[in-house]
Design a binder for this molecule. Sequence first.
Ligand code: UDP
Length: 239
Amino acid sequence: ETARPAFERVLLKLSGEALMGDMDYGIDPVYIRRLAGEVKAISDIGVEVAMVIGGGNIFRGAGLAEAGMDRVTGDHMGMLATVINCLSMQDALENLGAYCRVMSALPINAVCEDYIRRRAVRHLEKGRIVLFAAGTGNPFFTTDSAASLRAVEVGADVMIKGTKVDGIYDKDPMKFDDAVKYETVSFDEAVQKRLGVMDTTAIVMCRENNLPVKVFNMNNSGDLMRLIMGENIGTTVKA
Ligand code: UDP
């Protein structure tokens, strides 16, 4: 008997920075192709995949506000940045022969579909990779919050957060040699100890809806597949 995936439907969240590779702005074409390959691989074994990609490699509302721009306008720019990232990922996936759809929380009909929940679920059931763009569609939120919201809306089994580190540590592993990685953390601990997994809005959304979150290093090729197959990769945040 062949091994089966541990999850049927997942929501994968990548920060915009994940698309930058070694650059300091924008999208690295080589890098996004590799990411797309890893995503297609889990879709190919029958896992239903929804994705949220951040916009931090292009614009963040808070950063623009610091530079003097109106915050809401800055957030609109940040949300549009996520649309750009999703289009880029859609292109990379399609180049590999995957089927996917971008659905935006802000209507931009000429460019992608509007987010309509029942339609998104239908795409997933048909095996299409669905990219949720423009965050929640509202300023003052993050794409982590959008990811937790969409994951709950479409009934994902888990939210998988691909980062630059291989899990959640008690302190910054980039700065401290003796930082210890958690295998599991409770939602409450993540908030109280300010472990910096996600913003509090996103964690509370997951906690209230009992949606587990897995944090792992998206730079480790093959780890996404291993995680999907039930291996103990990264850190799990749960009740
Ligand atoms: N954003 C927003 N509402 C949302 C999601 C995102 O206004 O629901 C804006 C916000 O300005 C944010 C930017 O989009 O800074 C990019 O998203 P985020 O910072 O979460 O991207 P990441 O850090 O994951 O790359």
